[in-house]
Unconditional design. Structure first.
Length: 739
């Protein structure tokens, strides 16, 4: 869409174009103006035309209304240009809205902004409208819209040679935009958009991010720091951005960089670290492996540095959580963990190395089965069971549940966060949130667990997330996400496994599967001649990056209701202001229309002449004058109703906000602790296969990848950093080698 020009015809040009005056009358008016100027009584063109009886007051008002419309039109064209550039609307939608704008003015003399038309049509949200308006204000302020009076266009594309360069300018001309219009817009109030305008950048809510100066950053990397300075997020600005929407949830199956995606070559972990350091970030910068993972996954907005949470007192646990749960049992109301009395709070260091305090964060993070004593010095068991602590520092007591037979619809839903023992098959009758699980078989289930999962036979058609280890004889048609290791005795077929530990399958074949294991992979064979090739990634950080994205989604969901209420509140405030503005304009319409009608009638009685072009317009003004009082009453009723709804919405926001903010703080702390845990575990970019690796298998390390083009046997594939020399630029590159 071509950027619109900012030129608007002058009052004289419009008066001539619409046969209000002719060129001779205009010349006479300019001579009158020169005479008045010589007498030290400068006057405006309008005054000169009125004095010479070349034009009526009604015609003056109509020309002004038309010029005001053209000003609105130019602003609307620029608005549409920006909307198309931002991808909020198509050129076809903008042209349709402009056509509707012109129709409203022609039929009803309504000067309606194209932004309001687009919002009413459901093409834009009210927030998107305000974003465009702010940019439009910066790009083309009203003063930059030129009123071109130097060359006046007339019918037939001719030009008149009268220059208005030195003519006096009246206060009316100088403040034309501030005058009340004869025919203001009386359109109905734009309806509230049902779609949430929240544009999640990948962080849950934009209001929690504050941008710092970006002068010294690399051109394609921007760094954003959270207000508490505990997180730094990196935004990568690609030169050839992907057409996909970055708000679409990341697909973690895409573990390998495509050779056709050249955009990922534009950024390296070193570039990101440089940008962070130039922002003053000194501590908590994530490892290269994590940063590279985000780049490989085509993420353009992700966390790159975290502060540190430090307990002011050392917690003393009443159990050794390195032992298995079967070694320890707790009775109800027993102390699980304790701390000396005194100041109980969490301190920390932000990403700039400064000390901070978090008085609102609880010292004990309690999960199900644990509560904090009244004096805040102890975590107490709520019932009997096995104690455990999750990777994000939450204490649990797992009650024991034994299922003799299958855990299915007949048994019913299993109590959350329990130590579950199923002698038969754990089915997909209900989703399971467990402490730890032992089962004969898992089939068609959706499971999330804090502890280990041990299966006597195997896992089929299931989705499993666990913070512990997983043991099974086979895994078929399933998806596994684990912080621990995965042990498989026989085979992995048509499955996706994304883990922060190691994949132990020394006697197993891996067929038609995708496996990403930070701790490396051991298998008996990979691939076959008749199935899809496998994808094996070792040493990378796909799992922790996936966890981060899932927490981001949880934060977004936590804020969803509050964001929608705040957007609704903002829109109601805007609509109340719009209604009040319309009421003021309608009152002005009534008063000016009545005055114009009286003056026109007196002029017609004296001259006996009625301008055939203006009569329909005056009739329209009389109609508006007759209905304006009813319109004002209608708007006043709408305003009172909106004010009542606004008060209710504001009270609801006030009630929800503390809880939502606390929930978000907890989730952000979870993410921080997960990353700290992951940072303490080594990456092992190594794949050992005692049997055959079939051709077509894709192998990936942390920074490099290869495709196996012919079968190889009894091999270990390792990613190493080798020295390379490229011209006069010596350096290092990573390669996957067969050793």
């Amino acid at each position: 869409m071509k950027q619109p020009e900012n030129n608007i015809p002058s009052f004289a040009a419009l008066a001539i174009k619409y046969d209000m005056i002719n060129q001779d009358q205009l010349s006479d008016a300019y001579r009158f103006m020169e005479k008045k100027k010589s007498e030290a009584e400068p006057c405006s063109l309008e005054y000169a035309l009125l004095t010479n009886k070349a034009i009526t007051r009604q015609q003056v008002d109509l020309v002004k209304a038309l010029r005001d419309f053209l000003t609105v039109r130019k602003k609307s064209e620029l608005f549409g240009y920006i909307a198309v550039e931002k991808g909020y609307a198509t050129q076809k939608e903008i042209k349709s809205a402009l056509a509707r704008q012109q129709q409203l003015f022609r039929e009803k003399r309504v000067r309606k902004m194209v932004g309001d038309i687009l919002v009413e049509s459901g093409i834009l949200t009210r927030t998107q409208q305000r974003i465009i308006a702010d940019e439009q204000k910066n790009a083309a302020d009203d003063k930059n819209i030129a009123i071109n009076d130097k060359s006046i266009a007339v019918a037939g594309d001719q030009q008149i040679s009268v220059s208005e360069q030195n003519r006096p300018v009246s206060g009316t001309d100088q403040h034309a935009d501030k005058l009340k219009k004869i025919n203001p817009g009386t359109s109905s109030l734009p309806h509230q958009s049902r779609s949430s305008p929240h544009q999640f950048r990948s962080l849950p809510h934009q209001s929690r991010i504050t941008k710092e100066s970006e002068k010294e950053e690399p051109k394609n990397i921007a760094v954003e720091v959270t207000p508490d300075k505990m997180e730094a997020w990196v935004k990568i600005i690609y030169n050839n951005p992907s057409p996909s929407d970055s708000s679409v949830p990341w697909q973690p199956d895409s573990l390998v960089e495509s050779s056709t995606e050249l955009k990922t070559k534009l950024v390296t972990p070193a570039d990101i670290k440089t940008a962070l350091e130039k922002k003053g970030v000194r501590t908590g910068i994530l490892r290269d492996a994590v940063l590279q993972c985000h780049i490989d996954q085509k993420q353009d907005f992700f966390p790159a540095a975290f502060g540190e949470y430090i307990y002011s007192k050392t917690l003393e646990y009443q159990f050794n959580f390195d032992k298995t749960a079967s070694d320890i049992t707790f009775k109800k109301n027993r102390s699980v963990a304790s701390v000396d009395s005194g100041d109980l709070n969490i301190k920390g260091k932000d990403i700039f190395g400064n000390s901070v305090e978090f008085p609102d964060l609880p010292l004990f993070r309690c999960g199900k089965g644990v509560f904090v004593s009244e004096d805040g010095t102890q975590a107490i068991s709520l019932h009997s069971g096995y104690p455990a602590i999750s990777l994000d520092g939450r204490l649990y007591i797992f009650p024991v549940i034994n299922v003799l037979g299958d855990a299915d619809t007949h048994f019913g839903q299993i109590e959350p966060y329990a130590s579950v023992n199923v002698s038969g098959t754990l089915t997909g009758a209900y989703s399971v949130n467990a402490g730890q699980i032992k089962a004969g078989e898992i089939r068609g289930a959706t499971i999330s667990s804090i502890g280990d999962i041990a299966v006597e036979v195997g896992i089929n058609r299931s989705r499993i997330k666990t913070q512990g280890n997983l043991y099974a004889k086979y895994i078929h048609n399933s998806r596994v996400e684990s912080f621990g290791d995965v042990f498989v005795e026989h085979e992995i077929i048509d499955s996706t496994i994304i883990i922060s530990g190691k994949c132990h399958a020394p006697k197993s074949r891996i067929i038609a599967s995708r496996i990403s294991a930070k701790g490396g992979i051991v298998a008996a064979g990979v691939g076959s001649d008749v199935t899809e090739p496998c994808l094996l990634a070792a040493g990378g950080e796909e799992h922790i990056a996936l966890m981060s994205r899932q927490i981001t989604d949880q934060i977004r969901n936590a804020r969803k209701e509050l964001d929608e209420l705040m957007e609704s509140k903002s829109e109601m405030e805007h609509n109340i202001k719009e209604i009040f503005r319309k009421m003021v304009e309608l009152k002005a319409v009534h008063d000016r229309a009545r005055s114009a009608a009286v003056e026109y009638s007196q002029h017609a009685d004296i001259s006996g002449h009625t301008n055939k072009k203006t009569t329909p317009l005056i009739d329209d003004l009389k109609l508006k004058m007759a209905t304006s009082v009813d319109e004002i009453k209608k708007y006043n009723a709408q305003k009172k109703e909106l004010e009542s709804d606004l008060e209710k919405t504001a009270n609801t926001i006030k009630e929800l906000e503390p809880g939502v903010e606390k929930q978000i703080m907890e989730l952000e702390m979870d993410r921080n602790l997960f990353f700290k845990w992951a940072d303490s575990r080594p990456s092992v970019p190594e794949i050992k296969v005692s049997g055959r690796i079939s051709q077509g298998t894709r192998v990936k390390g942390i920074f490099s990848s290869i495709t196996v083009h012919e079968d190889i046997r009894n091999s270990t594939l390792v990613e190493r950093k080798n020295k390379r020399i490229s011209g006069t630029d010596p350096g290092f590159e990573h390669e996957i080698l067969v050793v």
